[in-house]
Design a protein. Structure first.
Length: 105
């Protein structure tokens, strides 16, 4: 298990996968599946945007998790405006109320 430096995201290695969890919300963000066999080690970069995992046979995976752990910022960068209410409901985790958070509009 690894915890991001800001204590917001937890990574848990298991059989062939790594689960990412939003710690404050207590919800799973996603499951990264690209290992064969047990995942023995996981670690976040200092900025929390990269995750490294290693399994029993020595395979190491480097994951870009920036968009997974900060989905709103990632979506804002793509659409260059605040999300509509419908887009927010579709892309943002349930339980997070609508916010016009994008700096571009």
């Amino acid at each position: 298990m690894a915890l991001s430096l800001n204590d917001e995201t937890r990574a848990i290695g298991r059989d062939g996968m790594v689960s990412l969890w939003d710690v404050p919300m207590g919800r799973r963000i996603t499951v990264l599946q690209d290992h064969f066999g047990p995942v023995y080690s996981v670690a976040f970069s200092l900025d929390g945007k990269t995750l490294v995992s290693a399994n029993a046979n020595g395979t190491v995976r480097v994951w870009n998790v920036a968009y997974l752990v900060d989905l709103v910022q990632h979506l804002c960068a793509i659409v260059r405006r605040s999300l509509t209410h419908a887009e927010w409901d579709h892309y943002v985790l349930p339980g997070i109320g609508y916010q016009a958070v994008c700096p571009h509009g």
